[in-house]
Design a protein around this ligand. Structure first.
Ligand SMILES: *Cc1c(COP(=O)(O)O)cnc(C)c1O
Length: 374
């Protein structure tokens, strides 16, 4: 067994060090430093947005989006069950009601037909989450939202550089959010961003992320916000990362195609789609799903891969099966068979931007071996 292959290792090979040194040399380390604005402007241009607000992380970005839209008690927000807790937490913390829908079994993204079926007179917003490198089918969702006067919160945390029908993800919602956690295609260590075309919403997000400081008298407040600001240090890294986003996307796509070559035809394994009618996969992660014929669940397969020196992560656990949310009385009787199956049969294999071809071959060979001896 060679060295352990981590599930993710980021690539920091551009101007990151040079920009960080500029922060140190000039003394600009706080959120007031010049890299924050440059980073915001860069992502706004990249996604075709008028406004971008850099914040502390993707979870904070979701909370800010929900708060800026004024969602609260009595308001229903439809979101996929198959997503990260941050999505449901943002809705619940605002006092609004999360309503979950199942995923499309091909793309693992929220099923737009299920969104239509979940509408009630209290529905105020839909949270569209692009999952693992493919987008939600946005046009029918946007039409539905338009027809019913709903806001669309687009969670593009896993979708930097992804396009839907040629339009950049992060540019598709009433308000859109990004994360810059180290496993995302652009990282700032920790970080996030809120993007919108609406000047009023953008101003609200900026104020809420900055403790709602207001003129004319600093330290006199008319609303409660958070300190969710991003520092100049983080933005310096982010700007250098953004400069190489196209390269990162090309690298992820090449990695995805290579895994599919190496794993094609392995019995019992469903591999990610290379493309849909609307998008080419960016393989944010390379997820595999074990067929029912395989006598192992994801947990056992991951344990065996770990013993062979290969890092993995399980898929998301559905929101309607989260103990913390069930304990609040949410989702009684809800079933989402696709999400439930993905959670139990799916996991992802090493796919960070620093992964080498040799590591990739070893990871694929280990997965083949685990399945051959299942
Ligand atoms: C990573 C991620 C988040 C959360 O971002 P953090 O920066 O880790 O808080 C939110 N939504 C999705 C879909 C993500 O993948």
């Amino acid at each position: 067994m060679g060295e352990f292959i981590p599930v993710n290792e980021p690539l920091l090979g551009g101007n990151e060090g040079r920009y960080l040194a500029q922060c140190v040399d000039t003394g600009w380390v706080s959120s007031e430093g010049p890299f924050v604005e440059r980073f915001e402007a860069g992502f706004a241009a990249r996604t075709g947005r008028a406004h971008a607000v850099a914040v502390a992380n993707g979870t904070a970005a979701l909370e800010l989006a929900v708060a800026a839209l004024g969602l609260g008690p009595g308001d229903e927000v439809i979101l996929p069950s198959f997503t990260i807790i941050s999505c449901a937490a943002a809705v619940v913390r605002a006092g609004a009601v999360p309503v979950v829908v199942d995923s499309d079994p091909r793309t693992w993204c929220m099923d737009v037909g299920a969104v239509r079926a979940a509408l009630t007179p209290r529905t105020r917003a839909v949270m569209a989450v692009h999952i693992y490198g493919l987008p939600v089918d946005m046009d029918p969702l946007l039409e539905l939202a338009e027809a019913h006067g709903l806001a669309v919160i687009e969670d593009a945390a896993e979708a930097h550089g992804l396009t839907y029908k040629g339009r950049p993800c992060g540019g598709l919602g009433t308000v859109s959010v990004l994360s810059f956690y180290p496993n995302k295609l652009v990282t700032t260590g920790e970080g996030g961003m809120v993007l919108t075309g609406d000047a009023t919403l953008a101003a609200r997000v900026r104020s809420l992320a900055n403790l709602c400081f207001e003129p004319p008298r600093r330290f006199v407040h008319h609303a409660l916000g958070w300190n969710y600001r991003m520092s100049n240090l983080q933005a310096a890294v982010g700007l250098a990362q953004l400069e190489r986003l196209d390269e990162a996307v090309a690298r992820k796509r090449a990695m995805g195609r290579r895994y599919t070559e190496l794993l094609d035809g392995v019995p019992g394994l469903t591999l990610p789609l290379a493309a849909t009618e609307h998008a080419e996969n960016i393989y944010w992660v390379y997820g595999v799903v074990l067929d029912e014929a395989v006598p192992l669940d994801a947990e056992e397969a991951m344990r065996r891969l770990g013993a062979l020196g290969v890092g993995t992560r399980p898929f998301f656990w559905p929101m309607h099966e989260q103990p913390v949310l069930r304990d609040m009385g949410l989702f009684a009787g809800v079933r989402c068979p696709v999400a439930e199956r993905l959670a139990r049969r799916g996991f992802y294999i090493p796919g960070g931007l620093a992964l080498t071809p040799a590591q990739q071959e070893r990871a694929a060979a280990a997965l083949r071996e685990v399945l051959a001896h299942a």
